[in-house]
Design a binder for this molecule. Structure first.
Ligand code: AQP
Length: 341
């Protein structure tokens, strides 16, 4: 009886799904915008969380094979170091679950050319990789829609830059459901209040991104403490020399947002604490706060990297779960479409 009660409560938990590309190290933007929330949702116990390393997405940009393999393992270790725990939340490798490729193809056939053409990420990435504007770069959003819909996710913790893709996922799911009935749960984006859009330290009008040509624009979780401090000290600000959040002060606004996301202090409190102090003091304080957050993650990351066997155990177990869980959705969708079983 008691067991039954537990199961009923379990069933009521909302499902959370999110993924990140193993395209190199994790930036402070990825961490504050997405991964920190993955861990918070996992630890809250209120959700059934499922996470993935979206390596199928990564080949939309040409990869060097040995480096790609290394990036996947490094990134897997980094995410565990951030606090994802496979005992509480399966964390699998997308390419190990063939259902993602199947679902992506199915959804491609329910996604309009016009919809994909409007995606800002496609426009940005095709401008950045003008020599390789492949079909995968274009259909990336339907692969992503499949990732989410396969797990019947209620909530998708992502940074603000992914809002458009989540909207498209909802449109595709609604379109499919309107033809075939209730096949997919309609997911919602879960965008954090703080850290949703961390901007480049060198050009605060652009989001912090690891493919930025200027390495001083982004902070990586693997950066040593002195490098992190140097990057913050070099951060672009303005000539007013007053720590306050205001229009036209994008550099300071960004530093205040990072500081607030890491320390939990409000903008008013930060303005009060740094009243009469220069930007030098403020930048040092932001650097120190970020180092305090990141340094323990880097230490754990180095430990995990030494134990490849453990990492493999974690992803194998998670892969199996993901295949089992998502097979139900693929089978249901294929049956509705009319594929012969
Ligand atoms: N600057 C950011 N601020 C807040 N959140 C961010 N995210 C990415 N950049 C920021 C969130 O991180 C998650 C992983 O996204 P991804 O795997 O698609 O990586 P990305 O967006 O491609 O990351 P980069 O650093 O911008 O890589 P490149 O330079 O290769 O394009 C998502 O939830 C995203 O919202």
């Amino acid at each position: 009886m008691e067991n039954q009660a537990v199961q009923t409560t379990e069933k009521k938990k909302e499902t959370v799904f999110s993924a990140i590309q193993p395209s190199g190290a994790i930036t402070l933007g990825n961490y504050l915008g997405a991964i920190r929330n993955w861990v918070r949702m996992q630890e809250s116990g209120d959700y059934h969380c499922i996470y993935a390393l979206a390596d199928l997405h990564t080949i939309t940009v040409r990869q060097e094979p040995a480096q790609f393999r290394k990036n996947v393992i490094d990134m897997y270790a980094s995410i565990l170091a951030c606090g994802v725990d496979v005992e509480k939340a399966p964390f699998f490798i997308q390419s190990h679950n063939p259902n993602h490729a199947v679902m992506a193809w199915i959804l491609d056939c329910y996604t309009q050319f016009g919809e994909l053409s409007r995606m800002t990420q496609f426009k940005d990435k095709s401008a950045k990789h003008a020599d390789n504007i492949n079909a995968g770069l274009f259909t990336y959003p339907s692969l992503m829609a499949g990732d989410i819909l396969l797990y019947q996710a209620d909530k998708v913790p992502v940074g603000a830059d992914q809002k458009q893709h989540i909207e498209l996922t909802r449109d595709i799911a609604n379109r499919f459901n309107s033809i075939y009935g209730n096949v997919f749960k309609i997911p919602e984006g879960f965008i954090p209040k703080d850290g949703a859009r961390v901007m480049s330290l060198q050009n605060p009008l652009n989001k912090m991104s690891k493919s930025d040509e200027n390495v001083n624009g982004y902070v990586l979780l693997t950066d040593p403490d002195n490098v992190i401090m140097k990057k913050f000290k070099r951060a672009v600000t303005d000539s007013e020399a007053k720590v306050r959040y205001a229009e036209g002060k994008e550099g300071i606004n960004n530093l205040m947002s990072i500081y607030s996301a890491v320390t939990g202090l409000s903008f008013e409190q930060i303005e009060h604490d740094f009243d009469g102090k220069g930007y030098g003091d403020f930048k040092t304080a932001v650097g120190e706060a970020v180092i305090a957050e990141i340094a323990p993650i880097r230490k754990r990351y180095e430990e995990y990297l030494k134990d490849k066997k453990y990492l493999e155990e974690c992803y194998r177990k998670s892969d199996e779960f993901a295949i089992r869980y998502s097979s139900r959705t693929v089978e249901k969708a294929m049956k509705k479409i009319g594929f012969v079983k």
